[in-house]
Write a protein that binds this ligand. Structure first.
Ligand code: NAP
Length: 249
């Protein structure tokens, strides 16, 4: 298969790339700083192509995907994303804009470029890495939660629209995965999972063509409860100091 992964130099994207390469698939990855990608993996796999591309730049991204696919693209994983970094109670609007650009417009750009190749063939699989953060407004992470909620809804809509055109759509909603993105967090991260394990679970969900995959299972239960509870209870819970979720500023 031909599989393209945005944000494939570290964390979940890197683990997915390694997994698919080990199985003998052709893999393309992109990120803004390719030097982060482990050189030994770059040297080991001839079926790997790397592109220094910002997903916010649609033309750059399109050129990379078209060059990689050579007319045939089976799976695209819109995985590139950024989080808030240091959480703050005062909205950081420049950070918020950047998060929306990368996490939402980046996914739109990725899907648009992939569909250009997939629609004429009436086959393909669009995948986006959303987050459990998309199911509720997390304190100190409003833009991140909003961006991931947008990705969840985009995928849900597209999964209906594109089914009759032979295109599968999957939204992946992980809990806490141990990657450079979460290594900056100073709050509790229940059920933290390695990125290699996360990649194995994601790959299995994609094989089953799941439209939405929320994991780990214990996090899925907690999120379902938080999402359904009265919002005043949720706000009270998130304000509790012992959770250490919101910052002090
Ligand atoms: N880790 C978690 O607990 C967790 C949980 C839920 C969802 N997620 C989501 O999973 C995805 C992957 O996150 P991760 O935890 O694996 O983080 P990560 O290790 O920081 O990886 C992020 C990847 O995206 C790339 N990237 C960021 N901005 C980009 C841009 N504008 N254009 C192209 N590439 C870009 C990064 O490389 P460059 O910086 O060099 O561009 C890197 O390769 C993200 O969408 C994240 O929101 C993560």
């Amino acid at each position: 298969m031909n599989i393209f992964i945005t944000g494939g130099t570290t964390g979940i994207g890197l683990s997915l790339a390694k997994l698919y390469l080990e199985e003998g698939h052709r893999v393309g990855i992109c990120a803004r700083h390719l030097e982060k990608f482990p050189i030994e993996i770059r040297n080991k796999y001839k079926l790997l192509k790397c592109y220094e591309v910002n997903v916010v730049n649609r033309e750059e991204l399109r050129a990379a995907i078209i060059d990689f696919a050579n007319g045939d693209l089976d799976i695209i994983i819109a995985n590139a994303g950024r989080s808030v970094g240091a959480k703050s109670k005062t909205p950081q609007f420049s950070v918020a804009n950047d998060i929306i650009d990368i996490n939402v417009k980046g996914v739109l750009n990725t899907f648009e470029c992939a569909l250009e190749l997939m629609l004429p063939k009436k086959k393909g699989h669009l995948v986006a890495t959303a987050s459990v953060a998309g199911f509720m407004g997390l304190p100190g992470a409003g833009a991140y939660s909003a961006s991931k909620a947008a990705v969840l809804k985009l995928c849900e809509s597209y999964s209906i629209d594109l089914k009759r055109m032979g295109i599968n759509v999957t939204a992946i909603a992980p809990g806490f995965i141990d990657t450079p993105l979460t290594q900056q967090n100073n709050h509790k991260m229940p059920f933290l999972m390695s990125s290699d394990k996360a990649a194995r679970l994601i790959k299995r969900a994609l094989e089953k063509k799941k439209v939405l995959y929320v994991f780990p299972f214990r996090m899925k239960i907690i999120v379902a409860i938080l999402e359904k509870m009265p919002r005043s209870w949720y706000r009270f819970l998130m304000g509790l100091k012992f959770l250490n979720y919101s910052s002090e500023d």
